[in-house]
Write a protein that binds this ligand. Sequence first.
Ligand SMILES: [Cu+2]
Length: 119
Amino acid sequence: MGVAPAGLDRPNSGHHHLLIDTDLPPLNEPIPNDFNHLHFGAGQTEAQVTLKPGPHTLQLLLGDKDHIPHSPPVMSPRIRVIASDATTSPQVAAASVKKRRHAQARSRNYHSSAAYRKY
Ligand SMILES: [Cu+2]
């Protein structure tokens, strides 16, 4: 699988969607576009997302040029993170999330260089 901007009809490619605090959407229709479903339609492979302090879930779901998941869907495991406020060390939290994400990505053979830096 490759990464391509939304709207670009390239075989075996798509763009990332970050699902925040939500279950998977229907896999046979366009992924919703709201705070819980962020589209990286320019083909971004990294993002910095600000979350309210507290526990959250994150999951990546690849979508095709029309924002529809592939069949079978290409997605990451759903991970749990705890966002801290600015008074705690974001670098420690970010390192923890990044390390876990990479471990899960390898286990599912999911190719993405997306990084979540600030929690
Ligand atoms: Cu999309």
